[in-house]
Design a binder for this molecule. Structure first.
Ligand SMILES: [Zn+2]
Length: 285
């Protein structure tokens, strides 16, 4: 028997469409029930128990499809769990290509530092990049629903893709957008990212689901907020570069007081430095 109590970790945003909100700026995931098996958007082995517990409160079936919005560990590391239970994993070609290097080097080291005992798990970690890859977009009709997975090019990472459900008007944006949470730009491309956000604005989405941060109110305000974040970051980094010519020193001057309560505040210093470096390179070019 399915439990009748409300799932603790999932929020239903449309009939059968759930969002798992990581909380504190941790990664969000999607869970979409279909007439066939459920579809999962992104996976992270570190929160498997919580995610599966929530999933079991709304379905007894195993996952049919996993979509990966991009390659980062916190969006792909539990692909194998679902694949071993029969799921097909789908992501862009770049997602597949970038997963290996991240798992083997930087990504694992990063998560080791952040207290997850990967050392113990690493030998069995298993890199499970998406089985089905695509270059620009893929349309999937599954279990009575239509999913469009669209590659946006190099923005937050090289493989950034969104999952657009045109019938429900829901867009899972991965880390192209965050809600009141400082995004991570270390692998990013600011110019493409800005263009991608302008492109996202044109989707007639009732709901944008961010890769990190709380569930935003309905509508496109979240995209505008992300655009404003980068605009302010750029403007302030440019002003700081007039006082300090070294990007590192200029970045130390950048403040974002309007984002004082946002989650993942540690990302601000890196974002300011990356932006200052980016502007300096542009000025030279
Ligand atoms: Zn992420």
């Amino acid at each position: 028997m399915l439990k009748t109590s409300k799932p603790t970790t999932l929020r239903e945003i449309a009939k059968g469409v759930y969002v798992y909100i990581g909380g504190g700026g941790l990664t969000n995931f999607g869970l979409v029930l279909t007439k066939d098996k459920p579809v999962v958007i992104d996976s992270d082995m570190r929160v498997r128990n919580r995610f599966i517990k929530g999933m079991r409160q709304v379905t007894r079936k195993n996952t049919g499809i996993v979509f990966n919005t991009h390659h980062n560990f916190d969006h792909t590391s539990d692909n194998r769990y679902h694949a071993l239970r029969g799921a097909v994993t789908i992501g862009s070609e770049f997602t597949r290509r970038e997963m290996g290097p991240e798992m083997e080097t930087k990504g694992v080291a990063h998560h080791l530092r952040n207290g997850f005992n990967l050392e113990r798990r690493a030998p069995n970690l298993g890199i499970d990049p998406p089985m089905v890859t695509f270059r620009d977009r893929l349309e999937i009709r599954y279990g009575g629903r239509l999913f469009r997975i669209i590659h946006f090019g190099h923005c937050h990472t090289k493989g950034d893709s969104v999952i657009w459900m045109p019938e429900e008007k829901i867009l899972f944006a991965g880390d192209l957008i965050a809600y009141r949470s400082h995004t991570a730009s270390s692998q990013g491309n600011f110019d493409n990212w800005r263009q991608a956000l302008n492109r996202l604005k044109k989707f007639p989405a009732r709901r944008f689901v961010p890769g990190h941060g709380e569930l935003p109110p309905r509508g496109g305000g979240i995209v505008e907020e992300n655009i404003a974040y980068f605009k302010n970051l750029r403007r302030r980094a440019a002003a700081a570069l007039k006082k300090e010519s070294s990007p590192a020193k200029a970045a130390a001057l950048v403040r974002m007081p309007e984002c004082a309560r946002w989650t993942r505040p540690h990302n601000l210093a890196t974002n300011a430095r990356n932006m200052a470096r980016h502007l300096k390179r542009k000025n030279k070019g």
